[in-house]
Design a protein around this ligand. Structure first.
Ligand SMILES: Cc1ncc(COP(=O)(O)O)c(C=O)c1O
Length: 355
């Protein structure tokens, strides 16, 4: 039976899988909730989104997603506070970035109301799935891909927008050691690096596997031109603290404009920390590590939140970072998660209640 909630048709699952899930031992993004939002683009327009039971989808082997990788996604989270109230964090930013990615991949623009109303209705429906254990949340994966068919290398004429959700624990289980990349590139000038395009991640898997074989959890990408400046990590923007200055690379067409990154910058400024958004050279980083002025490095992203980096490898050398008691990383992580979980005043207006 179908019901309508805020213009969204909902077909409920007959049974729930929620009792099969061990909420005390959640990994990241590997179990999925009972429902998903689906919205089709056909005949030149997006059709009304609907919520249906979570289920596999059937595609023609000639669907262009398989051949030309026309696919984009977003990553966001829903949080539950101690009173059971549910919040999203700056969801409109994810919507805007999805359409920015869509433009670059020649995917039709999605109407804001389809994204926001669909997301709201889905999270309301799945609110029992939002974990409350420390560090857990409901990871939300909106994505669009080319379902239209044809071997001609051109944009598809049909697309699917789906939102699926996964109750999730931490993204990293231990310390994060990174390798500064000297050979491969994640993105190039004029390319798709700033878009959250599926292929950007596929292209990282091989170099990241090579790094993992050497004991590193992540690669720090450097500029494709000369591998001289640090850019970002697999699914995180990167922050560096030299003495008491917190710095991160400026966004450009090779770097994803992270929502956590810009929130961290605002919080750091609010804390009176000196921040610099500027190019950071590998040379500068190595020198700072050698002379002891490199105090911290951390990654920032929705999935990984704020993840301290314990050390980095470069040119066959290992550089360890000190373990600080009062690190910027732990303070910033506390401030951003206190806002996300409704434990602190939301002076920036970032929380979005799902009521
Ligand atoms: C390549 C890349 N950089 C940075 C980020 C961090 O972005 P955000 O803070 O919006 O999650 C992500 C994750 O979305 C990412 O995939």
């Amino acid at each position: 039976m179908e019901t309508m909630v805020n213009n969204i048709a909902i077909e409920k699952a007959k049974t729930s899988k929620i009792h099969e899930v061990d909420f005390d031992n959640l990994s990241f993004g590997s179990v999925y909730t009972d429902h998903m939002l689906v919205c089709d683009y056909k005949n030149g327009e997006w059709e009304a989104p609907k919520i249906v039971p979570y289920q596999p989808i059937t595609l023609d082997p000639s669907a262009k997603i398989f051949h030309y990788g026309q696919s984009i996604f977003e990553g966001m989270k829903a949080y539950k506070d101690d009173d059971g109230k549910v919040f999203l964090f700056r969801p409109l930013e994810n919507f805007k970035r999805l359409n920015k990615s869509a433009e670059r991949l020649a995917i039709p623009q999605l109407p804001e109301s389809f994204f926001m109303d669909g997301l709201h209705a889905l999270i309301q429906l799945e609110s029992d799935w939002i974990p409350t254990n420390a560090g857990s949340s409901l990871y939300i994966r909106p994505f669009i891909f080319a379902s239209g068919t044809g071997f001609h290398a051109s944009p598809a004429n049909e697309y699917k927008f789906i939102i699926a959700c996964a109750p999730s624990g931490s993204y990293f289980s231990g310390k994060v050691k990174v390798l500064i990349e000297e050979t491969y590139s994640r993105a190039a000038n004029g390319g798709v690096g700033y878009a959250k395009a599926g292929g950007n991640y596929a292209g990282q898997f091989y170099p990241t596997k090579l790094a993992a074989d050497k004991g590193y959890q992540q690669v720090i990408w450097t500029d494709d031109n000369a591998h001289e400046y640090i850019e970002e990590a697999g699914a995180m923007n990167v922050f560096v603290r030299i003495n008491d200055t917190l710095m991160t690379a400026p966004t450009n067409d090779r770097i994803l404009d992270g929502i956590t990154r810009k929130s961290i910058l605002d919080i750091a400024k609010d804390e009176g920390i000196k921040t610099e958004v500027r190019k950071i050279s590998v040379h500068e980083l190595v020198e700072a590590a050698k002379n002891g002025s490199l105090k911290e490095m951390f990654g920032a992203g929705t999935a990984a939140v704020v993840s301290p980096i314990s050390g980095f490898g470069y040119h066959g050398e290992e550089y360890e970072l000190p373990e600080l008691k009062d690190s910027y990383a732990s303070m910033l992580k506390k401030r951003i998660t206190d806002i996300q979980y409704n434990r602190a005043e939301d002076k920036f207006g970032w929380r979005y209640p799902v009521e």
